[in-house]
Design a binder for this molecule. Structure first.
Ligand code: AKG
Length: 280
């Protein structure tokens, strides 16, 4: 049983990528400043209070995946401007996404921004790989998605810190829906509030069990290559009026611009025009 390695927010991108490459996940200390973290917590407080635990999909697998005692909600850009400024546009996270995803696409966009608050007594989530959302697109040696778990509160082994299987990112592509690693094979994303754990779409991971009486407050942000459909339909939630108030890069990440593929066609157009023209 080990803890994932932590690097400083001021570390060089190559150093962060080297740990990510070796372990499949890397903790970045102080990825959010204390005031940014507090602003996100404050702006999401009403949503957290108003969300009941568990999934209401009626789909057995999805409900097990989401957990009966875990609170989840999306649409974070509509709920919190601090989320946009400090998480969606986080310079370190975007720099890592540039390096991991841009070799495989002309641009990427938000896959989902999601609160994942693991409640007291929650069981461990089954281990999985995020890239399996898009089985048709999975290929060895190609990253299609990258994620960050922001710790909005402290993450400990006891309260459900994310479990990662370092090295599993190098296994051949394939569906993982539950894995049975030995205790020596897993590492935990134990981290103080304000840190973020960046992980690749290939690494096997999942939320740990929460054996405490406290909530583990996490916020997941992931990006996916621009030629794939994201998990969350952001432009259907962040409407045009709200999008018009956001920085241009945030609008693009949220789906309010079009995609020009490398050497191919343009997609996600509005009457043949780039969707970003809606704001000029
Ligand atoms: O909450 C966590 O620590 C991880 C959750 C996760 O991997 C997921 O729901 O996709």
């Amino acid at each position: 049983m080990a803890e994932l390695r932590t690097v400083d927010r001021s570390a060089a991108i190559d150093e962060v990528l080297a740990v990510l490459d070796a372990d499949g996940g890397v903790i970045i200390g102080d990825l959010l400043t204390p005031s940014a973290r507090q602003a996100i917590v404050d702006e999401l407080a009403a949503s957290l209070d108003g969300t009941s635990p568990g999934s209401k999909s009626g789909m057995e697998l999805w409900e097990r995946f989401h957990g009966a005692s875990t609170k989840r909600f999306c649409g974070l850009a509509a709920r919190s401007r601090a989320f946009v400024d400090h998480a969606l546009l986080n310079p370190m996270l975007l720099a890592l996404a540039d390096r991991l995803l841009l070799p495989n696409c002309a641009d990427y966009w938000l896959n989902t921004g999601q609160v994942m608050a693991v409640g007291p007594g929650e069981q461990a989530q089954y281990l999985h790989r995020d890239e399996n959302n898009w089985p048709e697109a999975v290929a060895a040696n190609r990253e299609i998605t990258v994620s960050c778990m922001f710790a909005l509160g402290d993450f400990t082994i006891d309260n459900g810190a994310t479990v990662v299987v370092p090295g599993s990112q190098n296994r051949p592509p394939g569906l993982v829906r539950g894995d049975d690693p030995s205790p020596e094979q897993v590492a935990y994303a134990t981290m103080p509030a304000g840190s973020g754990m960046v992980y690749t779409g290939k690494v096997v991971h999942g939320a740990g069990a929460n054996t405490t009486e406290y909530w583990r407050y996490g916020m997941h942000v992931s990006f996916v290559v621009g030629w794939l459909r994201p998990e969350e339909a952001s432009p259907l939630v962040i409407d045009r009026d709200l999008a018009s108030l956001l920085p241009e890069r945030a609008r693009t990440l949220l789906g309010w611009s079009s995609y020009q593929s490398v050497g191919g066609g343009r997609t996600w157009l509005v009457d043949f025009e780039d969707a970003s023209r809606l704001f000029t």
